[in-house]
Design a protein around this ligand. Structure first.
Ligand code: CP3
Length: 341
């Protein structure tokens, strides 16, 4: 039997619409919290291949999702490029050292993609235990989203520092984006060579940019990464996901297979733009998972809209930490049941 998730990425017929959830390996799972309590530190969990592999497999066992996503973070790569990373309770990720000038960019390590070997080890371990009909998704952040953290030092509401660069030092910012793109491409290629069945690029902060700037500073780099991967591995699906840019979708094209649709963008709207040229992945509002009724309502509606079209079920952003596991299971089961052909 082939992998349903991979078939759906390429628009082939599948027995039902495959489903997984962004952030499916995480805090809503008691078995995740148990390991986290033992290890104590999120980053140490990502750096230990045995632990990362175990956490990756937890949602597959618990929920029977059609794809596993590597347990890691988009900020491990910039960390390996030379910016020490820490996570603070109530704040999130913090880089104490940030990028503000040419020298900072020059000193970034160009062998980061090799130093991050714990990820490749984790992938090999995951593939040993992952059932053959399930796919493993590798991932990275988009160069723009990763760079926002490298420049701002932490999550930001205004993106004042990096957006100041957009308008006052665009060449400097392009230099940074090129370097991150180069590392990201090599990183994803090595994930594929280690066994990842598909790769996804997360552009969580694409929506911080106005239209032309989004294409210039974010989308073009994602597109370039996708093209490099497809040139070497035409059989490996590439998923691109930008958050908050539904209105720019008509400008998104390139050599990739799947578009992630966030929950602000009606699926019907995305379908109208992309037709069946790409598979659409998404897009239930994650907060609906607090209510089975609200979940059912959305699953029915999305399934109806996407009936007969290229689709992978997912949330429109990451699952929240205190969602009842039972409701997550309900979502996954319902998506499959309702779309069974
Ligand atoms: O989807 C998955 O299950 C795979 C693993 C994964 C994580 N982060 C694990 C994680 C993936 C794909 C990410 C991506 C990521 N990380 C993004 C892009 C996607 C998105 O959600 O928009 C971003 C912006 C980050 C940066 C990051 N990492 C933040 C802002 C935080 C803190 C958020 C919070 O809720 O506290 C993290 C930590 C993080 N990454 C956790 C997990 C499971 C929580 C760690 C913990 O507290 O145990």
């Amino acid at each position: 039997m082939g992998k349903i998730f991979i078939d759906a990425c390429f628009g082939k017929e599948t027995p039902y619409t495959p489903v997984w959830m962004m952030r499916q390996a995480g805090r809503y799972l008691p078995e995740y919290m148990e390991i986290r309590k033992k290890v104590g530190n999120f980053l140490d969990m990502t750096k230990n291949p045995e632990i990362a592999a175990e956490i990756t497999l937890q949602p597959v066992r618990r929920l029977d999702v059609d794809a596993a996503i590597l347990f890691s973070d988009i900020l491990n790569l910039p960390m390996e490029m030379g910016l020490p990373l820490r996570f603070e309770k109530g704040v999130g990720p913090i880089f104490d050292k940030t990028i503000s000038n040419e020298n900072d960019i020059v000193s970034l390590d160009e062998n980061a993609y090799e130093k991050i070997s714990y990820v490749y080890e984790a992938i090999k371990l995951i593939k040993k235990d992952l059932p053959k009909e399930k796919a493993l998704i590798g991932f990275s952040g988009s160069p723009w989203t990763v760079s926002t953290y490298m420049v701002e030092g932490r999550g930001s509401k205004q993106y004042a520092k990096i957006k100041k660069m957009v308008y006052t030092q665009p060449k400097l910012l392009h230099k940074l984006l090129e370097k991150v793109t180069n590392q990201t491409t090599k990183y994803l290629l090595k994930q594929i060579e280690s066994g990842a069945d598909a790769v996804m690029v997360f552009d969580s902060w694409g929506g911080a940019l106005e239209r032309d700037k989004f294409f210039e500073f974010s989308w073009n780099y994602m597109r370039e990464i996708a093209r490099s991967i497809k040139q070497k591995h035409s059989d490996v699906p590439v998923i691109l996901f930008s958050k908050g840019v539904g209105l720019y979708m008509d400008g998104m094209d390139g050599e990739f297979d799947v578009v992630g649709v966030d929950w602000n963008t009606p699926m019907e709207y995305a379908l109208n733009i992309f037709k069946d040229n790409y598979t659409l992945q998404g897009n239930m509002e994650p907060t609906r998972l607090y209510s089975k009724d609200a979940t059912k309502e959305a699953v029915i509606q999305i399934a109806e809209t996407m009936k007969g079209h290229r689709h992978i079920f997912n949330l429109g952003h990451g699952i929240l930490p205190d969602v009842p596991v039972e409701n997550a299971k309900y979502f996954v089961d319902l998506c499959k049941e309702i779309t069974r052909r």
